[in-house]
Structures are given as structure tokens and as C-alpha cells.
Design a protein around this ligand. Sequence first.
Ligand SMILES: [Zn+2]
Length: 431
Amino acid sequence: MAHVDFNRNLLFFLLKSPTPWHAVAQMTRMLDDAGFQPLDERDVWQLESGRGYYVVRNGSSLVAFRTGKEKPVERGIRMVGAHSDSPCLKVKPNPELRRKGYFQVGVEVYGGVLLNPWFDRDLSLAGRVTAIDDNGDVQDLLIDFRKAIGFIPSLAIHLDREANNSRTVNAQTDLPPVLMQVPEGDDTSFNELLLQQIHKEHPDAGIARVLGYELSFYDAQPPAFVGLNEEFLASARLDNLLSCFVGLRALIDNDGAEPALFVCNDHEEVGSLSAEGAQGPFLSSVLDRWCGLENRARAITRSMMISADNAHGIHPNYMDRHDENHGPIINQGPVIKVNHNQRYATNSRSAALYRYLSDELGLPHQTFVVRSDMGCGSTIGPITAGVLGVTTLDIGVPQWGMHSIRELAGTRDSFILYQVMKAFMQQASVN
Ligand SMILES: [Zn+2]
């Protein structure tokens, strides 16, 4: 049951990755274990053939690649992309709210959060803190409270009789989580709470003062197999850490003969334009340094990108939200995403290569196109295609509840996508 082991590792990865920083830290651990060498963007790079390397930017985006036996200009690069961020509630810079003895924190909505499921969950908190140590040096530290420290209580139905008909969520007033009860006159600051947590998690770092942070709340309930036959995976951040795990495993596990690359970018959920986002220069810079300028342009013409981001599976209670011929079903294979208006970058050639590889392995695939009377989502595929000029396929496993605090995907689809991606990374010619 290879797919059971694969999914167990996937669930562990999700558990350990409450934020993009933690996800990238997990991925670098996997790369270290597989013998990949870290590269620093500040250094001169001397890359050798037949080796694996990785680069991290801002701690939240990563490019890992295998140089292959021959140069990219001769062989092209097999690329897989995904994103490391997920919609969530981030703590505001001056977050303290004290009302009736309750200590709450103000939160900013990051990305397109489905807000209702955030109520009545056991919330934990994690992210990156930037702080100054006893020597006056600035340090970045990851923290993760790893237990339920916050809660957003629903208003009782008795106090809101219309809740089941017309409940709306005001992101400013309804969302601040309750962290604790404090006595009258208490002036505990949020930074003091962070400092205590840093001393717990990093006792030797000698941290004196917190200077800044990027912290998000997350569901403390661990990822789990769900369903009478355990055919589903339930977790936060399946969009898109599932694709990150699948893509990275495919890069690590393939035979390494061909130039291949995995990229995961932060900030997809807010449009991808940032120093480390897919619309920024990160991947281009790595390719320039690996290939050289002219050879990069030549290599791209032989390359292909598979942009992996989850798709909407048809929901049995809301079947009219899909086109009748394009309603992907969970556990019936990854979904090739088509939108000729270029919300997805798939074209007939990139789709053909995927279908060919998948058919050769005897594995199923599905196709999605949005209803003609509805708008279409998008992802890093068209952005990366536009930045690099690379032939691109948009694909993803079908899931329910996208951008909810707990999403649902199938146990078969992740492993199927992994097998095809691995074959893609070993494929002699991709464009
Ligand atoms: Zn996504």
C-alpha cells in the first residue's frame, strides 16, 4: 500500500507546516536528508552536473533543482511549481484588545479566507518572529505554540435568530480571537507573550526583545484520514501544501538523469507580486545563474512547467456549480485545468504530455473547465508562464472546501499526481 505510506508522510508534513516558513523548513529538511546542497543567494555558485541544490528566499519560498547529467540548454528543464501560502488570519502589528477582562488580538484576513468555519475551532498560532538578542544582533526565529491558545466563539442562536438564514461575517468586528482572561488593569503586551514563547522554544538564542512578527492562527486539530474506508484526507492548507509535498517528493525521488526543478512561492493567495512570489524575480534569478542568460532562453524552449494547485471537486450537495461534463470527482485522478481566457496556462500541448505520461502509467486523470456563466480562479501557472515564457500545464487534485480552515481531498489523487510528476521529471523530452 504505497499510497498509504505516502499519505501518512503527507499528513505529517501538513501537521508540521502551519505557516509557509514552517513548510519551507520542513522541505529543506527533506532536501538535506536526500543530499541536496543549500545555496546562498549572496554567494558565487559553482554548480556541478548530476547534483541537487536548493535556494530559499525570505524563509517562505524555495527553489530546488537537480542539474541532471547534461545541460539544460541541451535537455530542457522539467519544472513543477506550487505555492507555500494558504489563506488565514494574521495577527495585526498592535493587536491587544482588552474587553470585559478578555484579552483578544486583532487579526488581518490574509487571502480569500472562507470565514465561517473559523468559528468554534481550537486555534493555535505560529509564524516568524524577528527579534534582537543580547549581543544586539537581529535574528529570525520560527515559533509554533502547538496547542489551542485561542478561540473565536459563535454568537448563540438565541442572540441571533437569523443566524441560519442570513449570517454574515464582519472581518473587523467578528473575528478577533479570545486568548485569555486577564485581571483588571493588566497591561500584558502581545510581544511579552511572544518573548515567553521564544524562550521556551529557543532557550539558547538569548533573545532580548521582539521587533516584529508575521504570525497566523491555524486549526489545532491535526490532519486526519476521514471516511468509513479512510478514503479522504482532512486538513488545513491542502491548498496548496499537498502540491508542495507531491512536487518535492517527485523531485527527490526521480532518477536525476534530467535537469529538473521544483519551485514553491509564497504570496499566491494575494496575487503573487512580491520579492519571493511567482510574479517576482526569484525563479528567473535562479535560472539565470544555473543556465547563463542566452542558454536560459534556449533551455526554456525545451522546458515545461507543471503548475500544481488543487481543483474544485464537484460537491454532491451543490452539483449545479460545475459544468455537467467537467465535474471532477475525488479519488478519480488529478484534474487538468483549462481556461482559454488564460486564467489557467494549460494548452493542448502541455495537456497532451500529461495525458500521455498518465496513460502510460495506467493512471486516471480528469479535466476541469469552469461553468461559462461563472468567473474562474487562477494560480501561479499563468504568472510563471508569463514571467518565464515556458509552456505550462495547470493541474491539481480535486478537493472540497477550498480556503476553509479544514479542507478535504482524496487519498488516491495525491499519490497518482506524484507518480506522474516523477515520470515527467525523468522524461527524455518534454517540449
Ligand atoms: Zn491554491
